[in-house]
Design a protein around this ligand. Structure first.
Ligand SMILES: Cc1cc2nc3c(=O)[nH]c(=O)nc-3n(C[C@H](O)[C@H](O)[C@H](O)COP(=O)(O)OP(=O)(O)OC[C@H]3O[C@@H](n4cnc5c(N)ncnc54)[C@H](O)[C@@H]3O)c2cc1C
Length: 445
């Protein structure tokens, strides 16, 4: 079997350093030999009822192992953060593909969302005091955090709709409103909410982001939400109420009115990480598909499934789609490395739309090939599908990205000032003129 670094697409290989290739192989080995085998243990260690919101002990063992191997906090990109492992976006993207194959790998190595995005925000925008209080324990994996933006009573994909109020009253800010789909809030180690709200509802630059300790008086969990029936314990997704929550003014990030800028900066690179994890999930689904297709004990009409033309087509289509999608994401990562996440907007949006849709198709083919077994708890395919399906909404809905891409594409088209009929006449005229010129030239020769 080729190692992870031997499978880097040839076209991007020159962009990957030796240090990154070594790390990629180590991550691939960790995922193959320790994370994939830990996945079912992790699920089994999750308790029942309230016990589900405690921490499966196997994760502490995996954290220790990843730290011993030096595979820790690999997400902070080269050139942007002094705290990081020093990989480019493209190199880290390749590493994320390996993480995406296992349920536990990202967290085992302290590279899991939403902490990664929050740590990027803290490293990039926060004061030394804010970093000492929140970034350092997050980098060590001692605490967890949430990103708190979405609200139940607004269309939250348009961040201008956000209603949570952050009002100044003497020194503290006072926060009021409701938030939901707050991932990670069920984890008992979660100590920080990075909250987006409005400080100046009537002015340009309405939004601000403020750091809120999870034990601040006035915050309550109304209920936990499930994803296609999965509770995603021990992290979960919470519906939170903020009632007169008093937070010191020093906890604001950068300044009032800079929330939108900080929020956008946080999300764009994360989309590459999610996309590459989805590629990893698709690869893993294809591996499951191949295992079933070659199962000697489950032949149909005397043949292995892998001897049926229709199944071979499924395999071929899946391979083509995964490899094509990987190149789209790596292209976006290379564009970030060449400029920044803002200059790579188009490439990031392309990857964000294409990849989860591709991964869902591949996972669904694997489900189909397993028959009834594919839709029950016996394989990771159902959880994988539910997880990837949420990306089409959670990371900004597909439609919003498509609209943004469509608008840019539209601008490239010249304004149609004449009818198509007229344009054809003009082409015809030019063609005749060219023919006359050419025959004149030939006669002179
Ligand atoms: C599993 C999961 C985890 C999440 N984790 C977090 C978290 O940790 N923190 C957090 O703050 N939020 C989180 N979210 C919420 C997520 O960010 C929002 O669901 C997302 O931004 C969309 O907002 P909305 O649900 O309010 O949908 P809306 O904004 O109401 O949009 C609904 C639908 O309208 C359509 N639509 C929207 N815009 C357009 C457009 N421009 N053109 C055409 N159609 C459009 C789309 O079909 C879209 O799906 C999570 C969501 C999920 C599912």
């Amino acid at each position: 079997m080729p190692t992870a670094s031997e499978r880097i697409p040839p076209i991007v290989r020159p962009l990957v350093s030796e240090k990154a290739r070594n790390a990629l192989d180590l991550v691939g080995k960790l995922v193959n030999e320790e994370c994939l085998t830990s996945d079912p243990v992790y699920s089994a260690q999750l308790g029942q009822g309230t016990g589900r919101w405690s921490y499966p002990p196997i994760m502490a063992d995996l954290n220790k192992r990843a730290q011993e191997l030096g595979l820790w906090n690999m997400f902070l990109a080269k050139g942007h953060y002094k705290e990081g492992a020093g990989f480019t976006s493209l190199e880290y993207g390749l590493i994320c593909e390996q993480f995406g194959r296992s349920r536990v790998a990202s967290e085992a190595t302290n590279n899991s969302a939403p902490d990664t995005g929050n740590m990027e925000v803290l490293a990039k925008y926060c004061t030394e005091a804010q970093k000492a209080r929140w970034l350092q324990p997050l980098l060590k994996g001692e605490i967890r955090s949430c990103y708190v933006m979405t609200e139940p009573d607004t269309a939250s994909s348009d961040a201008t709709n956000i209603k949570l109020t952050i009002k100044r009253n003497g020194d503290p800010y006072i926060l009021n409103s409701q938030k939901w789909w707050i991932s990670g809030a069920g984890d008992p180690r979660c100590k920080l909410y990075v909250v987006l709200g409005k400080t100046n509802p009537d002015k340009y630059g309405q939004q601000s982001i403020i750091l809120v300790p999870t034990n601040a008086p006035g915050i309550t969990v109304k209920r936990m939400l499930s994803v296609y029936g999965y509770d995603d314990a021990p992290h979960g997704h919470a519906y939170l109420i903020f009632k007169d929550v008093r937070i010191p003014a020093e906890n604001i990030i950068l300044d009032e009115s800079r929330g939108f800028e900080v929020g956008q900066g946080r999300m764009r690179p994360g989309r590459i990480h999610h996309a590459m994890r989805s590629i990893g999930a698709a690869e893993e689904a294809l591996r499951w598909l191949l295992t079933r297709a070659n199962a000697e004990h489950k032949k149909t009409f005397g043949k292995l499934l892998s001897q049926q033309g229709a199944i071979l087509q499924c395999m071929a289509k899946s391979r083509i789609e995964i490899d094509a999608a990987r190149l789209i994401v790596l292209n976006a990562a290379a564009a970030i490395d060449a400029g920044n996440a803002k200059t790579a907007l188009v490439e990031i949006a392309q990857a964000r739309v294409l990849v989860p849709n591709m991964a869902l198709d591949v996972i669904d083919r694997a489900v189909q090939i397993y028959g009834a077994q594919g839709i029950c708890q016996d394989t990771p395919l159902t959880y994988m599908w539910a997880n990837v399906r949420t990306v089409r909404i959670a990371d900004g809905p597909d439609e919003a990205h498509l609209e943004q891409l469509g608008r840019r594409e539209k601008k490239r088209a010249p304004a149609a000032t004449t009818s198509l009929e007229k344009q054809l006449e003009m082409t015809d005229m030019l063609f005749r003129k060219y023919e006359t010129m050419e025959s004149g030239l030939c006669s002179r020769l």
